[in-house]
Design a protein. Structure first.
Length: 230
């Protein structure tokens, strides 16, 4: 088994669009618009971005764990699973067969991230952990979730717990906010079409794999960097 570990972003990297955006759309279609709209207004207007975690899940405040689990189940089957990027899924499947450790690292709420990771058979999940009291969501996260600089913090904690170093780590991501993590790992791979991140990637020599006709290039790139880590 390879000593490498691959950190996968979710939104735009494994799933077209955003898991949480798809979840919002599902909730709207199910008629949960009033509490959703009020919660989003509070999140966007009341706090600076770096403190959003205190109200990020306001739209779930008071909802039971079982109720939300049911929503996630249906939303995943109807909206998230069909939005999975086939080339990413194929790469994950091949790496899993080769015994490579793979971790989902995302700012998405844990219930959504865990569902996707479980479906794909990934080894672990690092995501936003909701605060739950008396089996109900409080609307808050347990702390800052993995986004921007915080991805590096959360990744470092995971690597330390599991005996890996940054020199054994590969990150695959699609957004400019992921630049801090991409700059930290031994090998960074950029996927998707974020032009700002592409400019940075070219300046750093990071491979870019655009989704579309060129996507079969993802697996060769992953194989190449994993060979370097052996």
């Amino acid at each position: 088994m390879s000593r490498a570990v691959i950190l996968w972003d979710i939104d735009g990297t494994i799933v077209h669009s955003s898991q949480e955006r798809l979840f919002f759309a599902y909730l709207r279609r199910e008629g949960h618009t009033s509490f959703l709209r009020s919660a989003l207004s509070m999140v966007r207007l009341a706090l600076p971005v770096w403190r959003w975690y205190r109200m990020k899940l306001s739209y779930l405040r008071g909802r039971t764990v079982d109720e939300v689990a049911g929503w996630v189940e249906v939303c995943f089957d109807q909206h998230i699973r069909p939005a999975l990027i086939p080339e990413a899924v194929a790469a994950i499947t091949a790496l899993k067969a080769a015994g490579v450790r793979q971790v989902l690292l995302s700012g998405a709420p844990m219930p959504l991230a865990e569902k996707t990771a479980g479906y794909l058979g990934l080894d672990d999940v690092v995501a936003g952990v909701p605060e739950i009291a008396d089996r109900c969501y409080t609307g808050r996260m347990m702390g800052p979730y993995p986004l921007g600089h915080q991805k590096v913090v959360h990744a470092a904690e995971w690597l330390a717990r599991h005996g890996f170093s940054w020199e054994e780590t590969v990150a695959v991501a699609d957004h400019y906010k992921d630049r801090f993590l991409l700059a930290k790992v031994r090998h960074a791979i950029v996927v998707g079409g974020n032009k700002r991140l592409h400019r940075l990637a070219r300046s750093r020599g990071w491979p870019i794999v655009p989704w579309g006709d060129a996507t079969p290039g993802l697996r060769p790139v992953l194989n190449q960097v994993l060979t370097d880590l052996k």
